[in-house]
Design a binder for this molecule. Sequence first.
Ligand SMILES: [Zn+2]
Length: 631
Amino acid sequence: MLTPVSYRVFARKYRPQKFEEVIGQEHITRTLQNAIKGSRLAQAYLFVGPRGVGKTSTARILAKALNCLNGPTDNPCGTCDACIEIAEGRSLDVMEIDGASNNSVESIRTLRENAAYAPARGPYKVYLIDEVHMLTTAAFNALLKTLEEPPEHVKFLFATTEAQKVPATILSRCQRFDLRRLTPELIAGHLLYIAKEEKVALDPAAADAIARGADGALRDAESMFDQVIAFCGTTITASDVQMVFGFTPRETVISLTAALLARNTPSALALVRDQAEAGKDLSRLLAELVSLLRDVLIAKAHPATVEQTEEGRLGESISQEKLLVLLDHFGESEGRMRWATDKKLQLDVALIKGVHLLEETSLSDVIDALAALRGGAPLPDRPITKVTASAAVPKPAFIASPKKELPVIEEESNEEAKKEALKKAVKEDENNALAFKAETVPTLFMGDEIAVGPATTEPEEQAASTAAPTSDPWHTVAMLLASESPLKFGWLEDGHFLEIEGDRLIVEFPPSLEAQTQTLFWIQAVKKIEALLSTDLGKKISLECRFSGAEPPAPEPMPEPVPPPRAKPSEKAAPTPASSSSASNPKTPTPEPPPEISAEELEAFKNDPLIKKALEIFKAEILTGEKSPGA
Ligand SMILES: [Zn+2]
């Protein structure tokens, strides 16, 4: 015959009994232990935090520490009568009150009357009020009287999940401790510890799945673990956990995110349908999608880890800006999902809208595409949106129209060779490099001049910068980058090399340029700059920018653009040398005949959505020379 065995759930069995056993709240337990050791105890303590992170447990341990027969001690023995009584909740000196059910003013009045009497055994009378924010206003006022002038032997320990509902008059009389939500790693580690104690074979992936599902609450994780054991017995795998709680496997969440980022709507919707048919919790799936997108965003901020993690790989094809837009969108969808009756419909709609958001052109797409056009740098690796891509790709062929008949691919394939040659030339001879640069970089907007204020480099400045000594390692790199992408890096040329201190290269900028380092480009740019500097100087270099230099003089007004001479039809048809051939002989650049632009072409150019957007962004307008066909 079966005899009833008293079974204690894990949350109670593994409740911490000492400060050292409280998980993930060292900042609080250490402070309390030091306060006890130094006899600097406050009259009232308030423990704030989400459910299941150890508020009441910590308060109970503090009560034991105060009243332990070997105490007050920072390390209650747990074996004396006082400790055992407190642990079992039958101590006469430690009163536990549930604020939710004893919230009336009468309960607090009784408390006040009892507080006047001396403790029965220990040195302190401890009142532990859980969910203290549930007290009524009258009860708070009654409590305040005692808090203002408490008897020496009384200590108040309050716990709450909603500190903002506790009146300021109470808060100001308490020492407040904020307990942290636990990380999935800490929770999983604790579950594996319990599994070992209980002789349960818990797969680490299963522990991880429970930990993620518990959302930072250790008690929830312990209860879930209990439930899985009841269902599966003593061998537990990740798929058991997913089956019991309707969690979606992480691989599925990754596939869904990948489909979304690849704008593959059909495959994303198919994944959702499969999950819905398998009876999975779609709200949680959306929550996991948001959490993964957040991880991708964080991985992007630490490019060093990009190669190693799944999040990093997912982030390769998307900009930070787009990720922020997506997070915003799916965050809102989560709120709607909570009240939706048809959750699958909500999730489908959210995913379709997410794909639409990805296809919209963003500001940084436009700037990247413009920079690519103007500086001859390659187009960004990430897939640019339909609008930008269709507008940007044919542009170099149109603008640098002497090579109009050549296929675009050829120009792009020369890109790497050009840059390599440029980099080499900069090192060998700066003057030559400048002449070379002026010749090879495709001229934007032939005949017409677009007024792009800060990024335009004045001829005088160019001449001045060539006078800088070649021993200045900064100047070389700044010029190389500025020639690659004037829009992004033109301002670097205003920096002055100060010195190299150990492995730090210090550059001084005018203070007005500090804003340039607040952009999304800057993190990537610093890496690029440091890599170039390290190669040049043959050791690892880190860049330090100081914004203390003198402001540069205001630039001269832009000179009137010289209208290009009209090209004869025979010249236009004549073959022009490929740009790579001129790289071999930078000292004698062959002037290329300017192109002839018909009125229709100019009109099409002006109506190009990319150009329109650029004009809008830079508040610019197209100026035409006297003899230009469009004027
Ligand atoms: Zn004790």
